[in-house]
Design a protein around this ligand. Structure first.
Ligand code: FAD
Length: 472
């Protein structure tokens, strides 16, 4: 078999692909292909030779078999919202877009399970589950465009992870297609299952490098009837962190403790052309409480509010109605667009440390960014120790820098070193993908990397499935 390369698959392959998925679902037009050349990771792109859009497991299997036989690389793709360049077809070849496999096959209230195809957009699943009084707890902020297949491949988390965990805690069954087109089924609507090695957990978070997910069985929960959000402005990151720890130590388990550093809040205000609430505070928290008993919830939010004021909060804004809650979340939801508009972002990191080390992490990262005449924009999921740390140059919109520029690599390397020294790791939920590939040795020892490479070779000996990702 030939080595995979950035070759245009021969006309013979293209016509066979057209036979498999239908001619209109094989994309070869350069302008249309541009959409499949990048994801949401700044600075990374690579043109595929073509994109195919299968509509069934049988079609995925046939595409994989054909690509395997001709040694053509295949990059699976969901919503293209990856922040680690995971969906960028770095070796060209075929982009396998799962966008047409977007059916919700079953919502099973008796077993609290749903069976979905991989291209179902997260937000669409949420709407369907809401009608049945249910919800799927992992909640990536990109939920309006990311897909369940992409969530599984990245083991996505989100603000609610502190209470509810991440995607892998909810996947109980998978149907996958292997690199040679073999279909494999694992698990089912089972809450307990220790039959053999746990291949489901291995595939969840494998970033499309081991198998293509074509169906998932996921656990869902009864939707909480009541949700209350508190917006809490504080004077420092230290104060915010100590308050969060005290809330947890007092026995409360909020669904969310989300954090925004003052610089970030002020930047969103500049972008919105109005002052954000409490914009002179240096640390903002959003604490979300959920449950079903209104009276209990009231007691909880009163107590958490009192604790916040005792911890030095300037005020506590309470959102109970959907409109008030939306107002509380507005600044948090606008961070992505605001940073893109107000600064040239050269690095978007999702670092994780033990929860109580967040203040040290942020202080050290601020110093690191300043040393490079850049600004740190820190926000994210304080409740589970996961901070998004964007580094940008204010006053410019487009980065002149490329990800591989030596000083960008240097600043990122320093950020990762700081994180690992605090007992953390280089990615909490966005994945290694392409963008962190040069840094994986900072976070994993050689034996672990060797074992992982071995697993990759067992699943994909010819290195055709999402090649060029995860390992150098
Ligand atoms: C504004 C914004 C906010 C975000 N917030 C969060 C957040 O809060 N939490 C979080 O965890 N992430 C977040 N992300 C990152 C991203 O949305 C997640 O990683 C998401 O899970 C990617 O899903 P996707 O469908 O877009 O996948 P894609 O970007 O298309 O692909 C991601 C990876 O999954 C693989 N893949 C896709 N589908 C399949 C499949 N069916 N089988 C096998 N492999 C597959 C691809 O090959 C690629 O490696 C955010 C991104 C943005 C842009």
């Amino acid at each position: 078999m030939d080595r995979p390369s950035n070759i245009l698959p021969s006309d013979g392959i293209v016509s066979q692909l057209r036979d498999i998925v239908g001619p209109e679902h094989v994309i070869t037009d350069i302008d249309a292909l541009e959409n499949y050349a990048h994801d949401e990771t700044p600075g990374y792109s690579a043109m595929p030779a073509l994109a195919v859009k299968p509509a069934s497991t049988a079609e995925v299997a046939a595409v994989m078999k054909l690509a395997h036989g001709h040694a053509v690389p295949v990059t699976p793709r969901g919503g293209g919202t990856s922040l680690s360049a995971g969906a960028v077809p770095v070796l060209g070849g075929i982009v396998l877009s799962l966008e047409r496999m977007n059916r919700i096959r079953d919502i099973d209230q008796a077993n609290l399970m749903a069976v979905v195809e991989p291209g179902v957009v997260h937000g669409e699943l949420d709407k369907a589950l809401a009608q049945a009084g249910l919800f799927f707890p992992p909640d990536p902020v990109s939920l309006d465009s990311c897909t369940i297949g992409g969530n599984i491949a990245e083991n996505a988390g989100g603000p609610r992870a502190m209470k509810y965990g991440v995607t892998k805690n909810y996947v109980t069954g998978l149907e996958v297609v292997l690199c040679d087109g073999t279909v494999m089924r694992l698990g089912g609507k089972l809450l307990k299952n220790v039959t053999g090695y746990d291949l489901i957990d291995l595939i969840v978070g494998s970033e499309g490098t081991l198998a293509v997910v074509t169906e998932a069985t996921i656990r869902v929960l009864p939707r909480p009837g009541e949700i209350i959000d508190l917006l809490i402005p504080l004077d420092s990151v230290e104060q915010a962190s100590l308050f969060a720890q005290s809330v947890i130590a007092a026995g409360f388990l909020p669904a969310v403790i989300e954090f925004m550093e003052g610089e970030v809040v002020r930047t969103v205000g500049e972008y919105l052309k109005r002052q954000a609430p409490f914009s002179d505070a240096n640390a903002h928290l959003i604490v979300e409480l959920d449950g079903s008993d209104k009276a209990q919830m009231r007691i909880q939010y009163d107590r958490v509010g009192e604790m916040a004021l005792r911890a030095g909060a300037r005020d506590v804004a309470v959102g109970q109605s959907a409109a008030d809650r939306e107002r509380i979340w507005e600044v948090r939801r606008k961070i992505g667009e605001a940073l893109k508009s107000e600064a040239a972002i050269i690095a978007r990191e999702d670092l994780v440390v033990p929860r109580n080390r967040i203040p040290e992490l942020i202080r050290s990262l601020q110093t690191c960014a300043r040393n490079y005449k850049a600004t740190l924009f820190a926000f994210g999921h304080l409740g589970d120790g996961n901070i998004h740390a964007d580094v940008g140059i204010r006053g410019r919109r487009e980065p002149k820098e490329r990800p591989a520029d030596p000083w960008v690599m240097q600043v990122r390397r320093e950020m990762y070193r700081i994180t690992v020294d605090l007992g953390g790791t280089i990615t909490a939920e966005h994945g290694v993908g392409l963008s962190k590939i040069d840094f994986i040795t900072l976070a994993l020892d050689k034996t672990a990397i060797d074992k992982m490479k071995h697993i990759k070779r067992i699943f994909d000996p010819a290195n055709l499935l999402n090649p060029g990702k995860m390992f150098p």
